[in-house]
Design a protein around this ligand. Structure first.
Ligand code: A2P
Length: 270
């Protein structure tokens, strides 16, 4: 299984990362160290997760060579606010630059995401973010970024799991050279009792979580499963060893449900 992907800006990013949503700041450092010890080379956080201090400490303790992603929160959109918000994140993380900086949500109702994107482009030019991208954008949002700035995001991080596969948006990403990165890739754990996944897991001698992570990777998606448990953090990384066959892939593909969204709909979040 491929470990890295080349983004549309030419930089190489690990595909499998450790997600830290809902990990409290005081636990983040230890769990990030555990994740890096297990092999993860990408750590995903966000300003709104309120754990950038702990995540940064964990990364610094574990040494160089770990890809760090964080995200700009909605209140910090707009030309005047982006740079200061990014600098606050960098300070909490204890780094001079992040590998990837994402606009967390488009928040269409405020209509600031295009100028915010322009400000992220400037952050990239200033060296504060090595790559830039977005999260929870749909085709219409992405079209506007391209039309009005000429710069296509390297990544769109979206809710994606077997029960909510977003195929049209993923096809759009593929056409535009945007990497799809899956958040809540395990459906926040809710999918793991599904009997179809159980059958595939038994067939491979793996866990359902490993099967689902392998399904994301097999499609070339970056995937950032979260766990607060060291055993599961390590086991999830072992998904890189799993080889699914066409029958497995087809069976998981059939789990798609247009109403399977768990998180907010970017179309209505404001
Ligand atoms: P825990 O933190 O107790 O391990 P997602 O990444 O889709 O948001 O899913 C995260 C949820 O899935 C968390 O509740 C996490 O619980 C659970 N989870 C993560 N890995 C596993 C696993 N290998 N087996 C069972 N549950 C898991």
């Amino acid at each position: 299984m491929t470990l890295n992907v080349t983004l549309n800006d030419g930089r190489e990013m690990p595909l499998l990362g450790f997600g830290t949503w809902q990990i409290p700041d005081e636990e983040a450092s230890g769990l990030v160290e555990t994740a890096i010890g297990a092999g993860y080379r990408l750590i995903d956080t966000a300003s709104i997760y309120r754990n950038e201090n702990g995540v940064g400490a964990g990364i610094r303790a574990a040494g160089e060579g770990v890809w760090l992603t964080t995200k700009l929160w909605n209140d910090d959109q707009g030309t005047d606010r982006v740079r200061a918000a990014a600098e606050r994140s960098l300070k909490r993380l204890g780094v001079e630059a992040v590998d990837l900086y994402l606009i967390h949500w488009p928040v269409s109702a405020r209509d600031l995401y295009v100028e915010t994107w322009q400000a992220l482009i400037a952050l990239g030019d200033a060296g504060l973010a090595r790559s830039i991208g977005v999260s929870n954008f749909n085709e219409e949002h992405l079209d506007r970024l391209e039309a009005e700035t000429g710069v296509i995001p390297a990544v769109n991080q979206i809710e994606l799991h077997p029960a909510f596969q977003q195929r049209a948006l993923c096809d759009y990403h593929a056409r535009k050279g945007i990497l799809t990165q899956s958040w809540s890739p395990l459906g926040q754990g809710s999918l793991l009792g599904d009997e179809r996944l159980g059958r595939i897991a038994a067939k491979h001698g793996r866990t359902p979580a490993q099967i689902v992570i392998a399904w994301h990777l097999d499609q070339g998606f970056s995937v950032i499963p979260k766990s607060g448990n060291p055993e599961r953090i390590r086991a999830n990384y072992e998904a890189l060893q799993v080889r699914l066959d066409d029958e497995d892939m087809a069976e998981i593909e059939a789990m798609d449900d247009p109403k399977g969204r768990i998180g907010p709909d970017p179309q209505v979040l404001s």
